[in-house]
Design a protein around this ligand. Structure first.
Ligand code: GLN
Length: 451
């Protein structure tokens, strides 16, 4: 109940939740109390969580922060949320996001932007929480919930975690089922936990992960007890520092924090090693081809006939046009147009096919780095949270935010962000750890010595 009350009193300012379900939460809490009294209950029995409004929840409105799904009530539960429920988690509501998870600011939501609970010292300026899982990050940072689900296609768990001073894990692609998660870019989308620290993320991830035959890319491997990896330590671990992530105009403070992270790992017994990921600079442009191509295809289903809102019109074509025009916001429309363009005949070879080839090269960069080192350490984002009115008007400038997070997404390797310090204005900064396929445990072990 205290969390329900926290949401009631704070959500007006933060706008982290699109939908709250306090009554259902109270009922679930009673059931959890009964189980706990009997010494039963799952891994997360009674733990209050937020659910990014991209996960379908049976009987609870699921909007993807888009007008086109404003009143959509799914008749089924996503795999990830079903897994959490079966471990006893309690959902307090659906958290805000960039429309269809497209963005890094959470300002493209049809339900209004989210405000980061952090402020620059001596300033009232409202800051963005990052995106797209900005509502989840802000809800955790504000103490409305103990954890929340996120999805990460190109950084949407890690970057908002960094902006809000919390921890977020993007598992290996295939670790969590995508069944029932509204698709943005299917070859990149991956669900993961966002919480106050690594231990909470470890318990959440154990509950969320697992094979699911309803998602053909879900991988059939046992789910480890991630929490057991936390105290493994880093003695003898080789930590790669990728040269190409030293962006020329990186703020001094972020570079200093990165050095600090290297020092923490060294003190704990790890060995830092400089490595090269030569195709890093192609990460952003190839991501914004592949992700948009897949998005244009995935979003074709919102035609006013099968799902969601419909604007009536005289002909079928006019119905499609009017529905999609009214339903999608500017950023989503821009992405559908670009995605359709790079897939169209005549441009396919020049853009989409080439981007897929470069994607393989990025993946090989990681594979060869991981022959030499166990984990990579980089900053999570090139800046701290910025003010709502500082969001660049040029969309490409916004895309640059994702420079450190998209390469791991393109390769499908796991990565996490943890809060590592504050900048001169008192805002949180994050460090990113990237690991081998299905080796989230090493990320937890290495992250722990920097907490
Ligand atoms: N910011 C990136 C984008 O806009 C990543 C979004 C995400 O991971 N869902 O595409």
């Amino acid at each position: 109940d205290s969390h329900n009350k926290a949401i009631e009193s704070l959500n007006g300012d933060v706008n982290a939740f699109i939908i709250t379900t306090p009554e259902q939460a109270r009922e679930a809490a009673k059931a959890a109390d009964t189980l706990l009294a009997k010494g039963e209950g799952g891994l997360l029995c009674g733990i209050p969580l937020g659910v990014k409004d991209l996960f379908c929840t049976n009987g609870v409105r699921t909007t993807a922060a888009s007008n086109i799904l404003r009143d959509f009530v799914p008749p089924y539960e996503s795999a990830v949320t079903a897994n959490l429920l079966s471990e006893g988690a309690i959902f307090l509501g659906k958290t805000n996001l960039d429309e269809f998870a497209m963005g890094s600011t959470n300002l493209t939501s049809a339900f209004g932007g989210v405000t980061n609970p952090w402020r620059r010292s001596g300033s009232d300026a409202k800051l963005v929480p990052g995106g797209s899982s900005g509502g989840s990050a802000a809800a955790v940072a504000a103490g409305m919930v103990l954890g929340a689900t996120g999805t990460d296609t190109g950084g949407s768990i890690r970057q908002p975690a960094a902006f809000c001073g919390i921890t977020g894990v993007k598992p290996t692609y295939g670790r969590c089922s995508r069944f029932g998660t509204i698709a943005f870019a299917s070859s990149l989308d991956q669900a993961g936990p966002m919480a106050r620290n690594l231990e909470d993320c470890a318990w959440m991830l154990e509950a969320m992960a697992g094979f699911d035959k309803r998602d053909s890319t879900s991988v059939d491997r046992p789910v480890p007890r991630y929490a057991d990896a936390l105290e493994r330590g880093v003695k003898g671990m080789k930590v790669g520092i990728p040269r190409e992530y030293r962006a020329p105009n990186m703020p001094r403070e972020i570079e200093a924090l990165w050095e600090q992270g290297i020092a923490w790992l060294r003190e704990a017994g790890a060995e830092p090693v400089e490595v090269s990921l030569p195709h890093t600079k192609y990460g952003l442009p190839t991501y914004y081809i592949v992700a948009l191509a897949e998005a244009s295809s995935n979003l074709a289903r919102y035609d006013g006939v099968r799902f969601g809102e419909r604007v009536k019109a005289d002909s079928l074509d006019a119905l499609y046009e009017a529905t999609r025009h009214a339903g999608f916001g500017e950023e989503v429309r821009r992405r559908i147009l670009m995605g359709t363009y790079v897939l169209s005949s005549g441009y396919y070879d020049a853009y989409y096919l080439r981007a897929q080839k470069v994607r393989t090269m990025i993946q090989r960069d990681f594979l060869s780095a991981f022959e030499k080192v166990d984990v990579l350490l980089t900053p999570t984002a090139p800046s701290a949270a910025f003010a709502h009115d500082e969001k660049p008007t040029d969309p490409v400038q916004v895309y640059l935010n994702d420079v450190f997070t998209v390469p791991a997404s393109m390769a499908g390797v796991p990565a996490l962000s943890l809060p590592a310090g504050l900048d001169a204005q008192g805002l949180p900064l994050g460090l990113q750890l990237i690991g081998r396929y299905f080796d989230e445990e090493t990320l937890f072990a290495a992250g722990r010595v920097m907490e």
